[in-house]
Write a protein that binds this ligand. Structure first.
Ligand SMILES: Cc1ncc(COP(=O)(O)O)c(C=O)c1O
Length: 399
């Protein structure tokens, strides 16, 4: 009997585990850790959505198995929101599906469309499930450096030329977690052309499409004419409506891919609990000022982070979108790598960040700071960091 399981063997130790263990130990010691580590929204789900959940849960009819593809009302609400926000028409039956969070949808679509050894193109750094969903499914993941963005298309073309077999899918995620990069419609038009030429599918993840700043809403790839021939797009309630624990996301676009995901999911699950889907419908169909309010809170936090950390001696590039800043490790600490630097911040300044290495090898000279602490706590973190930087601990010039 073996315990050396094929799929588990393909999963490396979790990079974040080391820093998470230190964080847990610091908390157990009673340290007040200012936690910018995980992208776990701290803002509450809007009141009217919670009220809808409690109303729906009182109806015993909602206690039965739900629908694996999502209740029709929620799929129609998604269609309405795509029409309003992006001017995109979708067929709720053939072109949409509700998922148990977008992470589940990404992973199960990878299972649905992958044969062992298929080559997948994945930007690096990236949100871990983008690569590992396919790794678990048995694919060979070809990592394509995401930075700088003006070289990305050239890198994709090179990866296609040199991959055997030819890649079958490409993952895109803009606004990007972790880099916060955004793209315009020109970029998506180029990607749709590229996918047609190379005969590959695009899986686009727009989990952060509504967390944008300075009045610049990011586009959807489905706005490109003909995009549905090659692309499917994942979106999520988690960040837009501060509903991360509710586990509702969506896929929309290419009917073949939506059909494949529906088929796999029909074997695996009965859909999210109906009251949660009813409440998610209320969120999409209801007033959107809660989304504007949350966006304004993230933008204010971003501005405090950038200005206060600069005063502490650490330049933070201002993110145009997402709830993250992607920040170069200061020169004097580069020798520590992103994991070593994250440990130093935690131990000496009680500030937790996510080491860039956790998002892939090309991320190791950065850390990711999530805007999930309030402005007061961000100022406190800046004071702690200033003390650390002035102490000289960990700097190469003092090593
Ligand atoms: C880029 C990206 N996609 C997907 C997800 C997962 O979202 P969900 O809660 O819908 O599974 C996240 C969560 O952090 C994310 O950052």
């Amino acid at each position: 009997m073996t315990s050396d399981f094929y799929r588990i063997r393909r999963l490396p130790p979790y990079v974040f585990a080391e820093v998470n263990a230190l964080k847990a130990a610091a908390r157990a010691r009673g340290d007040d850790v200012i936690d910018f580590g995980m992208g776990n929204p701290d803002l509450p789900t809007p009141r009217h959505v919670v009220d809808k959940l409690t109303e729906a849960v009182r109806d015993p009819k909602t206690h039965r198995y739900s629908m694996s593809r999502g209740i029709p009302g929620l799929r129609k609400a998604l269609v309405g929101s795509y029409a309003r926000r992006f001017g995109v028409d979708l067929d709720p039956e053939r072109e949409t599906i509700v998922t148990l969070g977008s992470k589940e949808g990404l992973a199960n679509l990878a299972q649905a469309i992958t044969a062992p050894g298929d080559v997948i193109l994945c930007p690096n750094p990236s949100y871990p499930i983008h690569a590992f969903g396919f790794t678990i499914a048995g694919a060979s993941v070809r990592h394509v450096p995401l930075l700088p963005l003006d070289r990305f298309v050239g890198e994709l073309e090179k990866a296609c030329r040199h991959s055997v077999p030819r890649p079958s899918a490409l993952i895109l995620n803009f606004p990007s977690n972790p880099t916060a990069q955004v793209v315009g419609l020109d970029f998506y038009a180029e990607m749709v052309d590229f996918a047609r030429r190379e005969g590959l599918y695009i899986l686009s993840d727009i989990a952060y499409s509504e967390i944008y700043f300075d009045g610049n809403p990011p586009p959807s790839i489905l706005q490109i004419p003909g995009a549905k021939d090659v692309a499917v797009e994942f979106s999520s309630m988690s960040k837009t409506y501060s509903m991360p624990g509710w586990r509702i996301g969506f896929a929309a676009g290419n009917p073949g891919l939506i059909g494949a995901l529906s088929r796999v999911k029909s074997y695996l699950d009965y859909g999210a609990f109906t009251p949660i889907q009813v409440a998610a419908t209320a969120a999409l169909n209801g007033p959107q000022d809660c989304v504007d309010e949350h966006r304004a809170i993230y933008q204010a936090r971003r501005d405090v982070l950038v200005s206060r950390f600069a005063q502490a001696g650490w330049d933070v590039p201002s993110p145009p979108a997402t709830m993250f800043a992607w920040v170069p490790v200061p020169e004097a600490y580069r020798h520590l790598g992103s994991v070593g630097f994250s440990k130093l911040l935690l131990q000496e300044a009680q500030v937790a960040v996510a080491p860039g290495l956790g998002f892939g090898e090309y991320g190791d000279d950065h850390v990711r700071i999530a805007l999930v602490e309030n402005e007061h706590r961000i100022r406190q973190a800046a004071r702690n960091l200033k003390r650390l930087f002035e102490s000289g601990k960990g700097r190469i010039d003092n090593a």
